[in-house]
Design a protein around this ligand. Sequence first.
Ligand code: FMN
Length: 363
Amino acid sequence: MSKAGAELHDRVRSFTDRIGLQTPILLAPMAGACPPSLSIAVIRAGGMGSCGALLMTPEAIGDWADTVRSQAGDAFQMNIWIPGRPPVRDREAEAEVRRFLANWGPEVPPEAGDGTPPDFSAQCAAMLEARPRAISSVMGLYEAGFVKEMKARGILWIAGATTVAEAKAAEAAGADVILAQGMEAGGHRGSFDPDTAGTRIAGTMPLVPAVVNAVDLPVIAAGGIADGRGVAAALVLGASAVAIGTGFLRAPEARIAAAWAAALAATGPDETRLTRAFSGRLGRTVRTAYVEAVESPDTPEPAPYPVQRGLTLGMRTTAAKAGNLDGIQAWAGQSAWLARDMPAGDILRTVWADAQALLPGSA
Ligand SMILES: Cc1cc2nc3c(=O)[nH]c(=O)nc-3n(C[C@H](O)[C@H](O)[C@H](O)COP(=O)(O)O)c2cc1C
């Protein structure tokens, strides 16, 4: 094997040994789409499970960890968004958004945007208590006190970054691992600054080697990776592991709405959209009539996060019940079309076997 090939294998093995995994594949954290069943299947197949805890109460975080640990062990991470600045409310602009949304779902009451997310400190305490192997951050960095608490418990900090500058800031703040999220990724972009989430964008292919060169930490690649070719490419680019989100969403254990799962299969690489239409923060979804209507110059700008999330709740709930794709928050990465309708464990095993066959040193 070449020196570079041997270095790749050593790099990957040193990461999987450190985190205690058989394969360098992580289920990406996906708030709202990460039932214990999905992580249990991924962990049993040798990967890392994941809990997107953003919308979960502290009790629900504890229950999730207990369920997964009792059935598959503790090879899981917990993930949360770092809270951003509070939204600047504009009731007149919100009224226009509410009028627009009534075309796509039920009438939206004025107080729909007033909801507050679960208490961040209580969620953080619950994540520590859940004793995962890792805790990850997105949209910013944990403050020093929390980082100390993680380290005292031997919990690794996986810090999400969408730019080299964010990765460097995470390293300086004490992160153990960087997750480099390319703009191909499904769901919200993890950009620290919501104002530049749509302009400072880099794809996984250029971002991963740039982050690998910039920091002295293992790098997990995420964004548009959904088959063995993508995994092998990311490892060749210098990543120590990959995180796959959309590629697991059609697995029965993910339990997403049937209309969303069907749309993933039919969504080509050029058919997703980066939009603030659902939550007020930029995320990548399936292109639907609703998302396209929000992009029209005649449509009022979505409200800031989390106001827009509250305003669209009625539409999203009604659409999910009716199986109507248009109002569903159908997050999707650019490799959605590669997502397989297979048990999650089989997806992980197949993707890893296909990647291994492509990596240096394979027969
Ligand atoms: C449905 C969905 C929900 C997501 N929720 C979160 C989240 O709560 N926290 C987070 O850090 N990333 C979240 N992401 C982003 C993923 O963790 C990951 O970066 C992304 O899925 C990788 O790209 P891929 O979808 O092309 O595999 C979400 C992605 C999806 C598809």
